[in-house]
Design a protein around this ligand. Sequence first.
Ligand SMILES: Cc1cc2nc3c(=O)[nH]c(=O)nc-3n(C[C@H](O)[C@H](O)[C@H](O)COP(=O)(O)OP(=O)(O)OC[C@H]3O[C@@H](n4cnc5c(N)ncnc54)[C@H](O)[C@@H]3O)c2cc1C
Length: 462
Amino acid sequence: MTRRPLIIGAGPAGLSAGLELVRRGVTPTILESSSGVGGLARTEGDGDFRVDPGGHRFFTRSEEVSEIWRSLLPEDQWLVVPRSSAMLVHNRFVRYPLMGRDLVRQLGLRDGVYGAGSYAWARLRRQTRIEPRQSNFKEWGRTEFGRRWYELFFDGYVRKTWLADPENIASDWANQRIKPIGWRLSSDASLADQDVFRYPRHGPGQVWDAAADKLRAAGATIETNAMVTRANYKNGTWTLTTERGDVHTGDAVFASMPLRTLVNALRPAPPKYIRSVADNLRHRSLITVAVALSKNYDIPYNWVYTPGANFHAGRIQNYRRWSQHLVPKGWNGTFLGLEYFLLPDQDLWLADAHSLSAIVENDLQQLGFAKPEVEKVMISRMKFAYPIHDPIRDRSVVRIRDYLREHYPSLHPIGRNGMHHYDNQDHAMLSAIRSVGKNFGENVDPWQVNTELSYHEQGLRR
Ligand SMILES: Cc1cc2nc3c(=O)[nH]c(=O)nc-3n(C[C@H](O)[C@H](O)[C@H](O)COP(=O)(O)OP(=O)(O)OC[C@H]3O[C@@H](n4cnc5c(N)ncnc54)[C@H](O)[C@@H]3O)c2cc1C
């Protein structure tokens, strides 16, 4: 049993590990590299403008997680938000999941009627089995949606948000993540009513700020601006060193820092083959630029995908649809979050605020918003937003996991980047809670927490 646990990272996983340790009577020390808590699910702010850098739905099938969320915020702080998303093509919002009748009605002659013809032809070929088995996303998309609608909606989406050539993505991947066209004629309003999620009034960080308060009240220490750069293990004792030179010792470590950086921080250093598989683990990054516009545009969606090649952003969050409390009281403008997906070594990641604003201005112009309407701009950068995984990287993670298990039984990688797995908050939390259980001798496997694919935040299925 652990008496002096150390936690790396104060995101949902690190804070959940903390809450679970406190529940079992042990107070941890949490080291967080940034200046606040919440990790990717933080709320950033400038005055009364609040930015949710990812657009975080609180949705889970785990009663255990729901119970924790409920315990952290009183009922009146939770909103129930109808989910509504769309795709913006040729300056028209087309509701997503795609509905056949919207497509024909909204897209006009060329894209609507011609698109329906190409869809019907693709279906016919599929039914008569003229079409060979589709092995990649592009082939799959053309068969599922017809060539025209595939190109209009999905080709640009995959290139911009997944940063991948659709011909290099397996068709199974697409099948699990993209919803087919619906042809229902029933009332859409009643369907939309059922599709809701919970959301804290002041954004996701409100929950994690409350968790941090609860932990501090229980005696836990949370140190911010404390990036762990070394993790030494000797005779059962861990010594963590931060970038600014502080040293913390403990008898167990729960680490939500990216798995690759954890492996590189370990001393004695793991063998070369483990370090080299760790070095191949990669992430996609995300820059969210929140823009407050003085004019009120009626955009009836929470988020809008923007597959068009004429602008950079891959998706736009419409924050007032998430919560009216993300903007100052009485303010009646439009508050948007433009999302730029990129690799950490791309020029855009290094771009200063000036170059970034030029890109954002162009995007706003393409969307039909005028520059003088911009009241405020806030930039939020997430270097390790999405762990990239594929069958080869998944095998690398298993090798690292097995190595760490064998050589460092009191080291527990937890959460989305800690386990290099595409987790939503609930799974990140459960992996942390189960890891604490394991450390207390329970027969559980935290790596088995998230195995149900369709349930992930994996693209257009969300
Ligand atoms: C665009 C986007 C949309 C999302 N939408 C949803 C959604 O709708 N619903 C949902 O439930 N989830 C969503 N998620 C996922 C959710 O954000 C994550 O599942 C969750 O934040 C993972 O928690 P974590 O603690 O594992 O990791 P993180 O949130 O990444 O927290 C890790 C923490 O560790 C810190 N850290 C890293 N390295 C070090 C170090 N060396 N030393 C000290 N500290 C360190 C980081 O600063 C960070 O605070 C979304 C994510 C993104 C990017």
